[in-house]
Design a protein around this ligand. Structure first.
Ligand SMILES: [Zn+2]
Length: 497
């Protein structure tokens, strides 16, 4: 199945072909470190982790670079507010960002370069831009001359005459659409030595320099939020193609994720950073898998509504999935007393086994069908969700009798489903371990639905006179602090005092 990617540059879904046979080089714009990252910043991180994982699954090697902007006006302002050196601010939030990546269980980024580590490369590329006639120096600042780069606007689909000035207001520019490559030093601000005097890089140029350093010119995928298309990515293209005018396109596929919206509008910086939007605060309440599930259940290009209710809905859906995996694991691991040649009453065993097999085979095909269609993780999650529902109804049905072969088949389904979730970044085994750990720590975390599910399983086992299984469930609940009481009207439960 060929992979198709929606390319912002051509506004088309295109068949993906990497520059080098089996290698994909991708670059995604990272955060500016002047605060904790928000759920909005987490979206490209989760989306492009999924993109990278799926490319790996298709057999590509991937080099994935995501930068950190550690010199910028917002950082300098924050340092002024706190009356500290800018490094105090950046060190604090770089550390926090790395912690957040770890807590979110994102391990796919190969390099996370800092802009301030790249000053020599930045100066080099600015020199090339000037030498090629696309840049000019004005009172220690260096600007990009947009009028010289005829393809300006090709990514955002805008015409130069119609563009408004999206850059900072500076008085030294020839045209208000020209953008800054290098800013001359201001009193008390961090600066580096350059051929144009002391100063610091503009925001856009660092991405041209970093992607060039680690991926070379003309790489496969460049990603980021849709809000970066203009001016940031438009400017990256202009800079890189002006520096290397004979090397073809700077990037082959431009991918942009949609914005996160709160109450029908975009989550915006002007709202400030509300504490309920801060990723680490969300991670205190929800597992990374729930946050990823919430995000990937919507196509990456669509807007995504954020509210605590939306996250809780994802938590409930995830609960259902994990319950089924827990039941499956219980069946597979427990080596139940099954007869090798259990009498197949009316062919029911064979029928159920072939149902499980066909579900397993179709999830792989359907998962790939959706994911190869511009990484439609929402469709892929739907496939997994339906498959799990189907498996659950089979193993919960009264007439389902196990034999060793049935458990082997279930175990194959289990492994396949875990593998596909992992591509989405969702770690089922980690989630199961997390639940087990919580159950040990705090029995109250076993929710009512889970307990009732176990009681139902125990009653079914008793009906089919599988007393060993029914005792095991009772024991397991007792260990989790849940006491069962069998009464005439049914089984009731209470938490241990
Ligand atoms: Zn960038």
């Amino acid at each position: 199945m060929d992979l198709k990617i929606y390319n912002t540059l051509t506004r088309n879904k295109e068949e993906f072909k990497s520059c080098e046979n089996n290698l994909v080089k991708m670059y995604v714009c990272g955060p500016t470190v002047y605060n904790y990252i928000s759920i909005g910043n987490a979206r490209p991180i989760i989306v492009f982790d999924m993109v990278r994982n799926y490319l790996k699954y298709l057999g590509y090697d991937v080099i994935f670079v995501q930068n950190i902007t550690d010199i910028e006006d917002k950082i300098i302002n924050k340092a002024k507010q706190e009356n500290v050196d800018f490094k105090v601010i950046t060190d604090r939030y770089i550390k926090a960002f790395r912690e957040d990546l770890e807590r979110l269980e994102i391990g796919s980024i190969d390099r996370i370069p800092l802009a301030t580590e790249m000053i020599d490369e930045i100066i080099d590329i600015i020199k090339k831009i000037i030498d090629n006639g696309y840049g000019y120096v004005s009172e220690g600042d260096v600007y990009f001359d947009v009028s010289e780069y005829k393809e300006y606007g090709k990514l955002s689909g805008q015409k130069i005459d119609e563009m408004k000035n999206a850059e900072d207001s500076s008085f030294n520019k020839d045209s208000n659409i020209d953008f800054t490559l290098w800013k001359s030093a201001k009193e008390g601000e961090p600066s580096w030595k350059s051929p144009w005097g002391y100063g610091r890089p503009g925001w856009h140029i660092e991405c041209s320099a970093m992607s060039g350093k680690y991926l070379g010119f003309g790489f496969d995928i460049h990603g980021g939020g849709i809000d970066l298309i203009f001016p940031h990515h438009e400017n990256e293209i202009a800079q890189s193609e002006a520096a290397f005018p004979d090397s073809g396109p700077f990037v082959r596929y431009w991918m942009h994720n949609g914005m996160i919206e709160v109450k029908d509008r975009k989550m915006s910086k002007s709202d400030g950073l509300k504490s309920e939007w801060i990723l680490r605060n969300l991670l205190d309440s929800y597992s990374p898998n729930i946050i990823k599930f919430y995000m990937l259940a919507t196509h990456y290009r669509s807007p995504l509504e954020f509210s605590s209710q939306k996250i809780q809905e994802s938590q409930k859906a995830m609960e259902k999935i994990i319950n089924t995996f827990q039941n499956l694991k219980f069946l597979i691991d427990k080596e139940l007393t099954v007869k090798e040649n259990e009498e197949d009453n009316g062919g029911k065993i064979i029928e159920n086994e072939s149902k499980i097999n066909s579900i397993r085979e179709s999830i792989v095909t359907d998962f790939k069908k959706y994911m190869s269609d511009d990484f439609n993780s929402a469709g892929a999650i739907g496939v997994l969700f339906d498959a799990i529902k189907g498996i659950n109804s089979i193993i919960q049905s009264k007439e389902f009798i196990f034999r060793n072969e049935s458990l082997n088949i279930l175990s194959l389904f289990y492994e396949e489903a875990v593998r596909l979730f992992k591509i989405l970044g969702i770690n089922i085994e980690g989630e199961l371990a997390r639940r087990q750990h919580q159950d040990k720590d705090d029995s109250s975390t076993m929710v009512k639905e889970q307990i009732e599910e176990f009681i139902k399983q125990r009653n079914d086992a008793r009906k089919s006179k599988d007393y060993r299984k029914s005792d095991e469930i009772r024991e397991m609940l007792l260990k989790a602090g849940i006491i069962l009481e069998d009464r005439k009207e049914g089984t009731v439960w209470k938490r241990q005092e």
